[in-house]
Design a protein around this ligand. Structure first.
Ligand SMILES: NC(=O)c1ccc[n+]([C@@H]2O[C@H](COP(=O)([O-])OP(=O)(O)OC[C@H]3O[C@@H](n4cnc5c(N)ncnc54)[C@H](OP(=O)(O)O)[C@@H]3O)[C@@H](O)[C@H]2O)c1
Length: 300
């Protein structure tokens, strides 16, 4: 089976490499060609466009930044959808909003193509180790056909239901991740401003009941103020909070906390932290506090 892979960023490059390690032939495309070089060196074939890729493969995986990038790759001028033969499958692993994923499922179905929305949990490390969790929305029979490929990249595969349901679950998770990380960072800043020693504070908060496991993973970055070479870029978590807000608007749900967190992440992006790791939200707040304390505060 020949596999097409579009989107070779932090996640896609590692996922594609795992398919390759399991002996699958790959045809790849990425907006910036140089990111394909390690895969090309291992025998993958380059396609000049998503359309050219589609002519050569049985199944396409996309792992792109946001809905606009996915839509362009699928239905844009050189999009792949109209070049895939009927019956072939498209698996979108990008984190997108459920209504968008359902729209893509409908477009695919109208062209007699099979579609799975299969976003993932797990960052750079699990992607490299083939230990991602896939949250899959789509027909059970399509998932079974695709399962051996997902097993090359992940250690857990959850069928959430029909189109859009995998994306919905992923959306809820990242909404929690973003709001929690913002709240946890504010807690650290408050503790520091109250004079608790940094050592005591970090030890207490990171090892206490208030720290979710994903935050504990960020301890070293926060302790050393090292946010470079992101595992997960801060701008994409802000994108997920935005897409969660879009989903809330569509369903009539109110999410005041999520929207506040979303705007906090936007401020951090505007301050130049978009490409840093998501943990840079703490760094942004800390710098903000330091700037305030040099200009005076109510407490002083
Ligand atoms: N990193 C994580 O921990 C993590 C975990 C789970 C899910 N995700 C999700 O996985 C997806 C990919 O994330 P990532 O961490 O791999 O991000 P990334 O390293 O920034 O890669 C993004 C990919 O999208 C492409 N892209 C971005 N904007 C584009 C545009 N306007 N047109 C065409 N292509 C575009 C990039 O192409 P270039 O190479 O040319 O920039 C790259 O291939 C996102 O939806 C993210 O939310 C990430």
């Amino acid at each position: 089976m020949k596999i097409g892979f579009i989107g070779l960023g932090i996640m896609g490059s590692r996922m594609a490499a795992n398919l390759q390690k399991h002996g699958h032939s790959l045809v790849v495309f990425n907006r910036s060609r140089e990111k394909a070089n390690p895969l090309l060196a291992q025998g993958a074939k380059w396609a000049d466009s998503p359309a050219a890729l589609a002519e050569q493969v049985d199944v396409i995986f996309t792992m792109l930044a946001h809905p606009d990038a996915v839509e362009e790759a699928a239905t844009g001028k050189e999009g792949f959808l109209s070049h895939l033969s009927p019956g072939r499958m498209w698996v979108d692993c990008s984190t997108v909003n459920p209504s968008f994923s359902k729209k893509m499922a409908d477009v695919a179905r109208s062209r007699d193509l099979r579609f799975l929305g299969a976003p993932v949990t797990g960052s750079k490390g699990p992607a490299a180790e083939g230990k991602l969790i896939f949250w899959v929305g789509g027909a059970a029979s399509d998932l079974e056909a695709c399962r051996p490929l997902l097993e090359c990249m992940g250690s857990r595969i959850v069928h959430c239901g029909g189109p859009g349901t995998g994306t919905a679950l992923k959306m809820v998770m990242n909404q929690l991740l973003g709001t929690f990380l913002a709240a946890f960072s504010e807690g650290l800043i408050l503790g520091e401003s109250l004079g608790i020693s940094r050592e005591v504070l970090l030890e207490a908060l990171f090892n206490g009941p208030a720290a979710a496991p994903f935050v504990a993973v960020k301890r070293q970055r926060i302790e050393t103020a090292n946010y470079a070479q992101a595992d997960f870029a801060l701008r994409w978590l802000q994108k997920d909070l935005h897409l969660a807000a879009v989903s809330a608007y569509e369903t009539g749900v109110a999410m005041p906390l999520t929207n506040a967190a979303k705007e906090l992440f936007r401020l951090a992006i505007r301050d130049g932290h978009g490409d840093e790791d998501i943990s840079a939200i703490y760094g942004y707040l800390a710098r903000n506090r330091d700037a305030q304390s040099t200009s005076g505060s109510v407490a002083q």
